[in-house]
Design a protein around this ligand. Structure first.
Ligand SMILES: [Zn+2]
Length: 437
């Protein structure tokens, strides 16, 4: 259990900065995926924090405590980027800057995070009162609109990834910086791909360093073909999908196929779909999303849930089979081998989905049960793949690139080498250490 007492555990170097240096310090997410929090500061005394999330594993993985901070910029609404932000408001009275789309989702994400932590008996360093206070400290900024903090100015730029996700362009008196957040330069169903800009220093997420994304059309076709196969044999497909972005993308792929499928949509993704529709500036095609909402059967009661068991496809949370309606469905679908499970994303170590893949069993409602259904996995990630990371860096043309939000493994070494060969200095920061640049 990590419960921070303000000022007690931060390893941030609080000494003033001399000359033209820029100091950066990853509280988390420097040498790992998720768990992101980073402090930037220069000699003008301007200090900002970007993101403050955690990995909702059991037990959860928290970044280290943040130093005193007045302004925090949140790139997007995924929990591994925003899950701890209420603590910053409660402890440091910080302002939370984000896009309107992100702001609209934060309350739901935080309330759900609080609920899950209570159920799992894993306390958070913030409570319900902090959450309410945090909601009053949100400041909304549109894309491409400059904001001043101290001696710096910055603006949000679209990052692809999910609706509302932003990259951050920062101008200090000495440098131009781009922080990618989670980003994808490829178009996806709900958002267009991120566009590059030229800067001196690039902080780039590197989740897929060393790994190419599959061709999206081919991957979607493989997914659709499997669904046709299962449905033609009288089965129902359970499609676990993350609530924020992935679920809505999966619905779009199914709708695009123009097949006569009965598709049910359950879990928190339903509410998020409504928020996407309410924020038409942040989605690629709001009319299409409205049609998809009318077409899909949104599960809102127990009887809806029972009906879904006879449908063709059930898209629901959790994406890693760690709970949520997916367990309720699987507990019933598992008795008929005509049914199938189609995983739509990364399955973390110790997640339900990982255990299902490795051992063909899963803990459902406190009981370990064997699952004798065919399980297939598809990659529908909206992070840039290896080639996109290389191409993006070329376009940004920085002198230095700092790789974060990635495992420091062979894949990242390969990316580092390729970038260095093109004349860029590559940095691979450790967490909890202050660096000067
Ligand atoms: Zn994300």
């Amino acid at each position: 259990m990590v419960l921070y007492t303000p000022g007690s555990t931060s390893s941030y170097d609080l000494t003033p900065i001399e000359n033209d240096d820029l100091r950066y310090h990853f509280l988390g997410g420097g040498s790992e995926i998720g768990n992101v929090g980073c402090i930037l500061e220069d000699a003008t005394g301007t200090r900002i924090q970007i993101d403050y999330g955690f990995v909702p594993s059991n037990p959860p993985n928290f970044p280290e405590e943040a130093p005193p901070i007045t302004d925090v910029i949140l790139t997007h609404s995924h929990i591994d980027h925003v899950g701890l932000a209420p603590w910053l408001v409660a402890s440091h009275d910080a302002n939370l800057h984000c896009t309107k789309m992100t702001a609209d989702l934060l309350e739901m994400i935080w309330r759900d995070t609080y609920k899950v932590s209570s159920i799992e008996g894993q306390p958070l360093p913030w409570d319900k009162r902090d959450l309410e206070e945090a909601l009053d400290h949100i400041i909304i900024h549109p894309f491409n609109s400059w904001v001043e903090i101290g001696e710096w100015k910055w603006q949000f730029i679209p990052a692809g990834h999910i609706p509302g996700a932003a990259m951050i362009e920062i101008h200090t008196p000495k440098r131009k910086i781009l922080w990618t957040g989670d980003f994808d330069t490829r178009d996806s169903p709900c958002v267009l791909g991120a566009q590059s800009i030229e800067v001196d220093i690039l902080f780039m997420e590197s989740t897929y360093a060393g790994n190419e994304q599959p061709n999206r059309e081919e991957e979607v076709q493989r997914f659709i073909n499997r669904i046709i196969e299962v449905v033609e044999h009288g089965g129902t497909c359970l499609v676990p999908a993350f609530a924020n972005g992935r679920g809505q993308n999966i619905l779009t792929y199914l709708w695009n196929s123009q097949l006569d499928l009965e598709v049910h949509f359950d879990g928190m993704g339903k509410k998020i779909l409504n928020h996407f529709i309410d924020n038409s500036d942040y989605v690629r095609d709001v009319e299409k999303l409205k049609e998809i909402k009318r077409w899909a059967r949104l599960v809102s009661s127990k009887s809806d849930r029972k009906k879904a068991l006879d449908g063709d496809v059930i898209v629901t949370t959790s994406g890693m089979l760690d709970g949520g309606p997916s367990h309720w469905y699987l507990n019933r679908l598992r008795h008929d081998q005509r049914n199938a499970i189609l995983l739509t994303g990364y399955q973390a170590e110790n997640s339900g989905g990982r255990r299902l893949l490795d051992e063909s069993r899963l803990e459902i409602f406190g009981k370990i049960v064997d699952i004798n259904l065919q399980v297939d996995q598809y990659s529908f990630s909206t992070h840039s793949g290896h080639s996109q990371l290389i191409q993006f860096t070329k376009e940004v043309n920085p002198s230095d690139v700092i790789l974060f939000h990635g495992n420091q493994n062979d894949g990242q070494e390969l990316l580092k080498k390729e970038l260095q060969d093109s004349g860029v200095t590559v940095h691979q920061p450790k967490n909890k250490r202050s660096y000067l640049l």
